[in-house]
Design a protein around this ligand. Structure first.
Ligand SMILES: *[C@@H]1O[C@H](CO)[C@@H](O)[C@H](O)[C@H]1NC(C)=O
Ligand SMILES: *[C@@H]1O[C@H](CO)[C@@H](O)[C@H](O)[C@H]1NC(C)=O
Ligand SMILES: *[C@@H]1O[C@H](CO)[C@@H](O)[C@H](O)[C@H]1NC(C)=O
Length: 269
């Protein structure tokens, strides 16, 4: 299958956001044993900030300790429905977007939506509770700075975003059986209505990528409303991952004096 140029560009943009190897056979880190989260910093020089960094993610959000910040703005996101590519990177399942799919606006600065991917169980915890899954929407500004929006999921009804991708996820499962190195499925039109569903409450703090190289200065926005996902949807996502990545959730990291701010529409009125 010849890879269209657009796909190639999307892939490059993705690599820039999370510079990691693309090959399933060699992912230099895992979530268990001698290549597990506690060892990431010593696996590769480029990963050292995973252990030396003081602003790492994910973190535990303690509701009684978050700071209400009246200066925080409503979350402004413009996403349009677009073509995308579903990929299995071995350590996570993700969706790569082409250029110009959407923009997140934080304090007047624009961050373009590059990709989104799932973690299971959740990485951020709230009052110590680890939920069923977490979706990360990764955005980058023109100067390379990153902003991630996270959506937490508990078990319940099916999630409409994954429901929309169901057929493609089944296709992805078949590609793995065929032994593809980096299985990917082009998707003709991803509707983004559910992704940008408005939110009245969110948590904001400065942290890092939750996978190596654990790059810092990432602006995190964790939506306050925990959404629902079915057990079968989580099962179908994790079934595609390599052993050692089935639980692709990094343990929570110390805050080291960082504050977590709260935006709450209710307090505004
Ligand atoms: C999506 O891809 C199809 C086929 O490659 C193309 O015809 C269509 O214009 C694309 N749509 C968008 C919104 O980019
Ligand atoms: C889960 O995967 C199975 C096997 O591919 C498929 O039949 C089923 O429809 C999937 N369920 C969901 C909720 O995606
Ligand atoms: C997954 O990993 C997290 C973080 O290391 C751990 O707290 C949790 O117990 C693990 N969950 C399962 C189901 O193994």
């Amino acid at each position: 299958m010849p890879a269209p140029v657009a796909l190639l560009i999307a892939g490059l943009v993705f690599l820039l956001a999370t510079p990691l190897t693309q090959q399933h056979e060699y992912i230099p880190f895992s979530y268990v044993g001698s290549t597990g989260p506690n060892k990431w910093g010593s696996l590769n020089q480029q990963f050292s900030v995973c252990s030396t960094g003081k602003q790492q993610s994910p973190v535990n959000i303690v509701k009684d300790e978050v700071v209400y910040n009246p200066k925080l703005q409503p979350l402004i996101r413009y996403y349009s429905s677009a073509n995308a590519t579903l990929i299995n990177r071995g350590f996570q399942i993700g969706l790569l977007y082409g250029h110009g799919v959407g923009v997140l606006d934080i304090d007047g600065k624009s961050y373009n939506l590059l990709q989104m991917h799932w973690h299971s169980p959740s990485e951020h915890t709230i009052d110590g509770v680890r939920h069923a899954a977490e979706l990360h929407l990764v955005h980058a500004a023109d100067d390379g700075s990153l902003a991630v929006v996270a959506i937490l999921y508990k078990y319940g009804d099916p999630d409409p975003i994954l429901f929309q991708l169901k057929g493609y996820i089944n296709e992805l499962a078949k590609e793995i059986c065929a032994g593809d190195e980096e299985a990917h499925i082009p998707i003709s039109l991803v509707r983004t209505k559910q992704i940008k569903r408005s939110t009245r409450k969110y948590y904001r703090y400065v942290g890092s990528l939750t996978t190596p190289p654990c790059t810092e200065n990432v602006i995190w926005t964790i939506l306050g409303k925990v959404r629902e996902i079915s057990k079968e949807q989580v099962h179908n996502l994790t079934a595609l991952l390599e052993p050692g990545y089935k639980n692709n959730s990094r343990p929570v990291q110390p805050l080291n004096g960082r504050k977590i701010y709260l935006y709450n529409e209710k307090h505004k009125n």
